[in-house]
Ligand binder design. Structure first.
Ligand SMILES: [Zn+2]
Length: 169
């Protein structure tokens, strides 16, 4: 493995648990399997991008209805990352975790970086992406379509896995 972090290892374990064999990864099915209902949501505050809600028997993920499908997928995966990586003390039976656009982009925020790494590995697993790059080359448009992710998210993952360098973008 090129870069083994706890977040990536956790994502790989989830892919195994759900017997994911090829892209695109059905992140809603995985969320459902983990007990989360996923809903589009019209957040009153534009800076809110997603929420994770755990309230006794209810588990939900809400993503902004204004997002493109690829961004919704990434946000759902990101929220699952927060849950599975133990962010925000979900030992408490009632918890709402709110994500703003600002914290996704804050490189100083360790939990945000970890949730993004989890999401990247869940949606673009190294074992699939490495093989596809070997077969297809660095065709970002085709790869983004195959994995149903944004080209930006794809490049970040390619560079993290050393499958591409910044010069390739
Ligand atoms: Zn987050």
């Amino acid at each position: 493995m090129t870069r083994s972090t706890q977040a990536r290892v956790r994502a790989q374990a989830i892919l195994d648990m759900f017997h994911v064999r090829r892209p695109p990864v059905d992140v809603v099915r995985i969320a459902d399997g983990l007990g989360f209902e996923v809903h589009d949501f019209a957040f009153p505050d534009e800076s809110t991008s997603a929420v994770l809600i755990i309230d006794d028997d209810v588990r939900g993920i809400g993503v902004s209805e204004t997002f493109a499908p690829t961004r919704k997928r990434f946000s759902i995966a990101h929220e699952l990352g927060h849950y599975l990586l133990g962010h925000g003390d979900f030992a408490d039976s009632k918890k709402t975790f709110e994500d703003g656009t600002y914290n996704y982009l804050d490189p100083q925020n360790r939990q945000e970086s970890e949730a993004n790494e989890f999401a990247a590995e869940l949606l673009m697993p190294e074992k699939f992406l490495g093989r596809d790059v070997a077969e297809m080359g660095l065709d970002a448009r085709a790869l983004a379509k195959r994995y149903q992710v944004s080209e930006q998210a794809l490049w970040i993952q390619l560079i993290s896995l050393h499958l591409a360098s910044k010069d390739d973008t």
